[in-house]
Design a protein around this ligand. Structure first.
Ligand code: HEM
Length: 420
């Protein structure tokens, strides 16, 4: 690659990955991304590096910790049920769109504590439009070629970008100001936490710092989770044996009253989510790492300053680790344990995905809620191919599905189609 990153060495062997991800600080460092700066700002987690980056992660990590997820369980299930109930029975829908609606609500409500208000609706629709701009390869190329970042009026690609960003900023800054004027310290959302945070000198985060992190989390957690969920429903409905096994497992619990943690620990559901993230990981690469000094990496000599990225996709498709790598086989995760360098859908080391616990929790609860409550099927039989959507690898066309109705009603009407 010789874009704005310069030349990049790509690695996919578990040994090389272990080396670049665990020798952070010493031989390798994890530089901040200049590429994403125009979108998320200089104070975004993506842009920060070194001590600033470490401090920011320490600050933002607690709300993403596994234990906190329990609080979000009921909310995730309710959001899912509501979004799916709004779909018209006997009509087709695009799975990715449904999932985008769900994951956007989850982030806005559970993580940022933005509850229903006219401003929330406005932020939601502006954000969806703005993030859509990063979704096509053509538009995402604006990021890779800084020379294209010229504001030539509202109709030029970068001009459009800039105007949308200005409008969105206005909304976000108003929300930040409103929340600053009345802080509820017992609230557990990340926005409250950022408003309360103080450094050693007692300084709080500025509005711009908070805006940059809000945008970062929204971007990082919305498209990735939605894309993965769309892939998951595709594979579940594409392979009847997977659907059957999953339904058998889900029928062992009472979905409306089950503890979210019980759902989270269901073994087959877990394996389905793991295999979905293996086959087409939404993040295909780790963020770049850079050598701090000349190093020998797996027999190759690399000069100081060399950029290296882990290819998560290639690692997950290694025949030696995953026989028949193109096949969707959740069983492989029940039969074998993989090391964090053989299976790494959330990257690793000092930049490992901050939202990993939330994403894992959300995926399982959304799928369990959908499958237990609604009867659906694929609307088309042809295979769906992976297609780049900006920086993620999504299903082409977003997976067209048919909503048959709420499970109980469908079962009452026609018992023969209860469980396929
Ligand atoms: C299925 C869903 C997701 C996938 C596959 C995913 C994947 C990734 C990957 C591969 C990285 C790069 C790690 C590295 O360089 O080692 C990353 C970083 C990150 N992710 Fe996620 N992610 C997901 C969901 C989320 C969610 C829900 C959030 C937050 C709400 C989030 C926040 C972040 C942040 C802030 C970073 C940057 C961390 C840093 O620079 O220190 N992600 N993610």
């Amino acid at each position: 690659m010789t874009l704005s990153l310069g030349e990049v060495v790509i690695v996919s062997s578990p040994q090389a990955l272990q080396e670049i991800l665990t020798k952070d600080n010493n031989e390798y460092e994890a530089p901040g991304s200049k590429l994403l700066q125009p979108l998320f700002g200089e104070y975004s987690m993506f842009s920060l590096e070194g001590d600033r980056h470490r401090r920011e992660r320490k600050l933002l990590m607690p709300p993403f910790h596994g234990d906190r997820m329990r609080n979000y369980g009921e909310l995730i299930c309710n959001i899912t049920k509501e979004a799916a109930s709004n779909l018209k029975v006997s009509n087709t829908f695009i799975a990715r769109k449904l999932m985008q609606e769900i994951t956007m609500q989850v982030i806005l409500q559970a993580v940022f504590g933005l509850y229903d208000s006219p401003r929330l609706s406005e932020i939601r629709s502006m954000l969806a439009d703005f993030l859509e701009l990063t979704a096509s390869p053509l538009r995402a190329s604006l990021l890779f070629f800084p020379a294209l970042q010229k504001d030539l009026g509202p109709w030029s690609p970068w001009g459009k970008y800039q105007r949308q960003q200005e409008k969105l900023n206005e909304l976000l800054y108003t929300e930040i100001a409103t929340r600053r004027s009345q802080i509820y310290p017992d609230r557990t959302d990340i926005l409250t936490l950022m408003l309360l945070a103080r450094d050693e000198e007692g300084q709080g985060m500025t509005d711009q710092e908070i805006r940059d992190e809000l945008m970062t989390m929204l971007f990082a957690g919305y498209e990735t989770s939605a894309t993965t969920l769309a892939w998951a429903v595709y594979w579940i409905y594409k392979q009847p044996e997977v659907y059957q096994k999953l339904m058998q497992e889900l029928e062992t619990i009472e979905i409306d009253t089950a503890d979210p943690m019980t759902i989270f620990h269901l073994p087959y559901l877990t394996a389905v989510c793991q295999e979905t993230l293996r086959l087409y990981p939404a993040g295909m690469f780790t963020f770049p790492r850079r050598t701090k000094q000349p190093v020998e990496l797996q027999g190759y000599h690399l000069e100081a300053g060399t950029m290296i990225q882990g290819s998560i996709y290639l690692t997950h498709h290694r025949e030696d680790l995953y026989p028949e790598p193109k096949k969707f086989k959740p069983e492989r995760f029940l039969e074998r344990q993989y090391s964090p360098y053989e299976y790494l859908p959330f990257g690793g080391g000092s930049r490992r995905c901050l939202g990993m616990a939330l994403a894992n929790f959300e995926m399982r609860l959304v799928l369990a809620t959908l499958l237990s409550n609604f009867e659906m099927e694929l609307a088309e039989n042809r295979p769906v191919k992976p297609q780049r959507r900006g920086i993620t690898l999504g299903p082409a066309g977003g997976v067209k599905m048919l909503m048959k109705g709420e499970r109980k009603q469908v079962e009452k009407k026609s018992p023969s189609v209860a469980v396929v």
